[in-house]
Design a protein around this ligand. Structure first.
Ligand code: 5GP
Length: 200
């Protein structure tokens, strides 16, 4: 059995990577999303086990010490991590897995899996990123400022990624992301193609 591909999606908070990822999954539903663990409290509307596994700082530390994370990082004052077992199992079963993680995590993944495909979502500009973070309304002022500050550092890492996608026009950006994913999938021998839906 061929191992699946590992796709890593990063980009500053507010660049729209979550929305892009959801649109990608509607279009290519046989992709597997790795649900991260986080110590961040849930936002309004977020669901346990769907958006994240929301765990305590102590619980996170126990998992970290036990080596349960494939990668983990502190981001915007909270800890986030990808569970090793989930990802390994899916890849072994030949499924393509998508991680939506920050630049520190992406670096760790690339070390363990040099064949992982690193994708970076860029906002059209920092000004537009600020506007999106504010209109999204999920963050308080302190968090907006922190996320903007981190965005500049994160965007400095785009050169280490295999592909970057500017999220200026959403429909175009989804099509670009989908085309990249499909290109990697098609490099595999035939008979491994998945179910597909139109984006429309
Ligand atoms: P948010 O709090 O906005 O959901 O996520 C904040 C940042 O943490 C985003 O850049 C997101 O991609 C990243 N993140 C989410 N899950 C993980 C993870 O498991 N590992 C790492 N390293 N970063 C993550």
């Amino acid at each position: 059995m061929m191992r699946g591909h590992l796709f890593v999606l990063s980009g500053p908070s507010g660049a729209g990577k979550g929305t892009l990822r959801k649109a990608l999954f509607r279009s290519l539903p046989d992709l597997v999303y790795s649900i991260s663990c986080t110590t961040r409290p849930p936002r309004h509307g977020e669901r346990e086990g769907i958006d994240y596994r929301f765990i305590s700082a102590e619980g996170f530390e126990e998992l970290a010490v036990a080596g349960a994370f494939l990668e983990e990082a502190s981001v915007h004052g909270h800890r986030y991590g990808t569970l090793r077992e989930d990802v390994e199992r899916q890849l072994e079963a030949g499924r393509d897995v998508v991680l939506e993680i920050d630049v520190q995590g992406a670096r760790q993944i690339k070390r363990h899996f040099p064949e992982a495909v690193l994708l970076f979502v860029l906002p059209p500009s920092l000004g537009e990123l600020e506007r999106r973070l504010r209109t999204r309304g999920t963050e308080n002022e302190e968090s907006v400022i922190l996320r903007l500050k981190n965005a500049e550092c994160e965007m400095g890492e785009v050169g280490d990624y295999d592909h970057s996608i500017v999220n200026d026009d959403f429909v175009r950006a989804v099509a670009e992301l989908r085309a990249i994913v499909k290109r990697y999938r098609e490099q595999r021998p035939t008979g491994r193609g998945g179910k597909e839906h139109d984006l429309s």
